[in-house]
Design a protein around this ligand. Structure first.
Ligand SMILES: *[C@@H]1O[C@H](CO)[C@@H](O)[C@H](O)[C@H]1NC(C)=O
Ligand SMILES: *[C@@H]1O[C@H](CO)[C@@H](O)[C@H](O)[C@H]1NC(C)=O
Ligand SMILES: *[C@@H]1O[C@H](CO)[C@@H](O)[C@H](O)[C@H]1NC(C)=O
Ligand SMILES: *[C@@H]1O[C@H](CO)[C@@H](O)[C@H](O)[C@H]1NC(C)=O
Ligand SMILES: *[C@@H]1O[C@H](CO)[C@@H](O)[C@H](O)[C@H]1NC(C)=O
Ligand SMILES: *[C@@H]1O[C@H](CO)[C@@H](O)[C@H](O)[C@H]1NC(C)=O
Length: 402
């Protein structure tokens, strides 16, 4: 089992992370979940209502985003969320952008895999955030009958990259924090990394430069970074399982044929022949943010197989810190862990406006220099104290897991 090889260095651990460590050791998901955590409205409509505000929509229209239709009114008030209400409604915390999974959408509608970001937005509103700091739009059709036709297509990826850029521009925030779920994990990873996508429907596109320098925390929940075993043998059948830009996990590895589901390969090997897009993302060395976190559950009812593909935990983002749960479903790992998600992005929660440094500050009178020095001291102190909380508590890489 891969848990056994987790590093046990836990020197600079706060009470908070003692919870997580105990959780991983005991495989106890409920340990960490406060009873005040709002429950998802499973199987019902979202209590949070969109769509994006008129203020945001007007800004989008004035800045060349009209045809992107980020409001997604096709899904009524469940198709999108976010924006300032008016000019005096300020952004006061680092904005969070959510990326939902396949056949899901911005906010909850009745269905098994359609809870959207509702429980997360409810939680963050309760924690003092406002719509000016919480953003999501729907991609795809929300039609479960069509979910197998969705891959990381150029059109969808370019749309969500534009949404990401739009939120960055609109909020003028130094940072954004990204929370992604399921297929949204690999979507958001690629949006941050930028670069080329080969689209198996023909053609290719370039998403542009990496956005890493603008992303504080990147949280990827129950993603499929090494593909999905359910896609084994189906790379030519379902677009979602595409070997180019889908979740194909590879059909063979060394002399093992169709053994994706095995947790112990008889002939050990490291799978390198899987979805080209996923392989490239796992090897390009471009980070998804200043801090990258993977959350998953060994009881994932959608990824199945204890979230293992060819012996590796497929929800693990290379280089990330990992939090592994038990007894949570694929959706609950998003819905029931909102307080942990909040803890993870706290180091980047303070809103800083992205503006050119005023000329007077640049020139530096002695009082400005003193001020600058004090600010620097404050930042260093904050970074050091943040480090002691968020040290290498759970960091490992999959070589250690294998
Ligand atoms: C998880 O579920 C199993 C089986 O129902 C149970 O034995 C175990 O105590 C549960 N663990 C937690 C942490 O709830
Ligand atoms: C997760 O949330 C669901 C729905 O509110 C609840 O039924 C379930 O008990 C929660 N799971 C855990 C492990 O807390
Ligand atoms: C802006 O929105 C806030 C919050 O909805 C409201 O309290 C305020 O009155 C509004 N200001 C104006 C000028 O409309
Ligand atoms: C949700 O899951 C239940 C249990 O597996 C199933 O009976 C039901 O048809 C599903 N609902 C939808 C909308 O797929
Ligand atoms: C999916 O297909 C089933 C069976 O053909 C149909 O009853 C259902 O309405 C379809 N769902 C959607 C969202 O179109
Ligand atoms: C990767 O797998 C495909 C399908 O199984 C196979 O045709 C191809 O030869 C493999 N490529 C390599 C480099 O092993």
């Amino acid at each position: 089992m891969y848990f056994s090889s987790l590093p046990s260095k836990t020197t600079a651990v706060t009470i908070l992370f003692l919870g997580v460590i105990t959780l991983t050791r005991a495989h106890d998901a409920s340990y960490f979940i406060p009873s005040s955590n709002p429950n998802p409205k499973f199987g019902s409509w979202s209590t949070v209502r969109g769509p994006i505000t008129d203020h945001f929509e007007q800004w989008l229209n004035e800045n060349g985003y009209t045809s992107d239709d980020f409001a997604q009114r096709f899904f009524f008030e469940f198709g999108s969320y976010g924006g300032r209400r008016n000019e005096s409604h300020q952004v006061t915390r680092t904005p969070i952008i959510f990326y939902h999974g396949n056949e899901d959408g911005a906010l909850a509608v009745p269905g098994n895999y359609t809870s959207g970001s509702s429980s997360q937005i409810e939680y963050f509103l309760g924690a003092g955030y406002s719509s000016a700091e919480l953003y999501v739009t729907t991609w795809g059709t929300r039609d479960s009958n069509l979910s197998m036709t969705n891959d990381h297509s150029c059109s969808m990826m370019q749309l969500l990259r534009r949404f990401t850029l739009a939120v960055m521009e609109y909020t003028q925030s130094r940072w954004v924090n990204l929370i992604s779920h399921s297929m949204g994990v690999t979507i958001a990873r690629k949006i941050v990394k930028g670069g080329r996508i080969e689209d198996d429907r023909g053609g290719s596109c370039d998403l542009g430069e990496p956005l890493t320098y603008r992303v504080g925390a990147f949280i990827g929940i129950t993603g499929a970074n090494y593909g999905m075993c359910a896609c084994q043998g189906l790379s030519e059948v379902d677009e979602t399982c595409s070997a180019t830009n889908g979740f194909w996990p590879g059909d063979s590895c060394g002399s093992n044929e169709f053994k994706c589901f095995s947790s112990h390969l008889q002939l050990p090997c490291k799978q390198e022949n899987y979805s080209r897009l996923l392989w490239e993302m796992n090897h390009d060395g471009i980070s998804e943010g200043q801090r990258v976190y993977s959350l998953w559950t060994v009881d994932d009812d959608l990824i199945l197989n204890r979230a293992i593909a060819w012996g590796r935990p497929t929800s693990f983002i290379p280089g990330s810190e990992a939090f592994v749960f038990q007894n949570l479903t694929h959706m609950q790992t998003k819905e029931n862990t909102t307080a942990q998600q909040h803890e993870l992005l706290r180091p980047f929660e303070v809103y800083e406006r992205l503006t050119p440094i005023p000329v007077e500050m640049k020139m530096g009178s002695s009082s400005n220099l003193l001020l600058g020095f004090l600010i620097l001291l404050l930042i260093v102190t904050l970074i050091l104290s943040a480090r002691s909380c968020y040290g290498k508590v759970m960091r490992f890489n999959y070589e250690q897991i294998l």
